[in-house]
Design a protein around this ligand. Structure first.
Ligand code: HEM
Length: 400
């Protein structure tokens, strides 16, 4: 991996792979919002833009005419167009509308409710496996497995393939930002994996998402094999480290804020507002857009070709929209956060993500009502596009 020069001016040289950003991005955004709300960088091909205000992020997310989703990850070197299409997230209107509509029924509230027992069983088996250890890793032993197993169940693929899925995600979303040559072979590996699943399900349809996509029709016609493959790759990537990060960040907050932990244990009715506040305060997902037509936003000219780091997490800390945004308020009542995006690409998996986060935290607290980040050991956070704890040493203080 190449080493990168440290950032000296975040306004003109931002880098979301800088260790300072990885460890604690919030003060960087607060500073930029005050003095240069749209930062720029030449570290990314054709120039990078980073809007930090809610309204600017919103304006870009709603404007597909000037800001395309054809490239949804800011990379040092752009991949050729079409190198990793994943409808609907990489589509613009009009194609986007049908590609999105086709997926919606599979993620509707009643479908997701059917997965609650499975999710609870996954969480309980992970907690059982921790035995009576005094120290566990909340990310490695718990958070990272839950969405993998739930998505594998939905796709009808082996849950034991989790390590493979996580390695694809690391290569596409993290390593591939700096070393683009590893992305095409990784996409090819994923394609080969799902090609085989498609053959199996074509011969013998089941209740899974692969069969669902094969049976889907748009204007009476089946989806092309390329389309099905792209959507399957997307569901796998979008459904795993996002939610793993959301669960992990929530646990990290509870491990480091004893008052909130005690309050949630004493008043489980706060769970719903707590989950929304975890999502706002520690939003895991940052996306990208490519400028396709020149346009000014927030007083900054966006030039065609430029890559926009569309930080929903930064929008969620904007004091113009959220009172005391750097304060975690477990009972925050007005919380129009953008963790699941804004506009036409708003997350299709939000019901699933909320359900998994809720059950993961409920089950953890039911087993370990008191716990803390292990003193002297640090939590490490993922780099780049999706932010969440990857190692999180936790000492169990009390078992239920
Ligand atoms: C805490 C967990 C999650 C977060 C924070 C999250 C966040 C997001 C965000 C910000 C977007 C908007 C992308 C854009 O504007 O370009 C998005 C889109 C999407 N998400 Fe999620 N997501 C999560 C979990 C999931 C899950 C579990 C799934 C399902 C497997 C999923 C599937 C999708 C899909 C298919 C899209 C594309 C929608 C479209 O383009 O119309 N996400 N997500």
């Amino acid at each position: 991996m190449q080493t990168r020069p440290p950032v000296t001016d975040w306004a003109t040289d931002f880098d979301h792979f800088d260790p300072q950003w990885t460890a604690n991005p919030y003060p960087i955004w607060a500073d930029l919002r005050q003095r240069c709300p749209v930062a720029t960088s030449q570290r990314f091909e054709d120039g990078g833009y980073l809007p930090t205000r809610y309204d600017d992020v919103r304006e870009i997310a709603y404007d597909a005419e000037h800001f395309s989703s054809r490239r949804v990850i800011v990379r040092e070197h752009k991949l050729p167009l079409g190198a990793s299409t994943a409808p609907p997230i990489t589509s613009d209107p009009p194609e986007h509308t049908a590609a999105r509509k086709v997926l919606l029924p599979a993620f509707a509230p009643k479908e997701i409710a059917r997965l609650e027992d499975k999710t609870r069983a996954v969480c309980r088996s992970l907690l059982d496996a921790m035995g009576d250890r005094a120290e566990v890793d909340g990310a490695v032993d718990y958070a990272q497995h839950i969405p993998v197993r739930v998505i594998a169940h939905m796709l009808g693929v082996p849950e034991e393939d989790g390590d493979l899925f996580r390695s694809w995600i690391q290569r596409v979303l993290v390593d591939g930002v700096r070393n683009p040559q590893i992305v095409p072979p990784t996409v090819a590996e994923m394609t080969a994996y799902f090609d085989q699943r498609i053959d199996e399900r074509s011969a013998q349809p089941g209740e899974d998402l692969v069969s669902f996509l094969l049976a889907a029709r748009v204007d009476g016609a089946p989806l092309s094999r390329e389309h099905v493959l792209g959507s399957l790759r997307l569901i796998l990537i979008a459904g795993i480290d996002t939610t793993w990060s959301g669960i992990g960040a929530s646990l990290w907050h509870l491990a480091t804020h004893p008052q909130d932990r005690a309050r949630l244990v004493a008043a489980p009715g706060l769970m719903q507002t707590a989950i929304e506040e975890f999502l706002r305060a520690y939003s895991p997902v940052t996306m990208a857009r490519e400028v396709v037509k020149e346009r000014d936003v927030g007083g900054c000219p966006f030039k065609p070709g430029g890559q926009i780091l569309l930080s929903f997490p930064a929008a969620n800390r904007d004091p113009a929209v959220f009172e005391a945004p750097d304060e975690f308020r477990i009972d925050r009542e007005v919380n129009p956060h953008a963790a699941f995006g804004l506009g036409r690409h708003r997350c299709i998996g939000s019901n699933l993500a909320r359900m998994e986060m809720t059950i993961a935290i409920q089950e953890w607290l039911a087993r370990f009502p008191d716990f803390t980040e292990t003193p002297g050991r640090t939590t490490t956070w993922s780099e780049g596009t999706v932010r969440g704890p990857r190692r999180m040493p936790i000492t169990i203080l009390r078992r239920a």
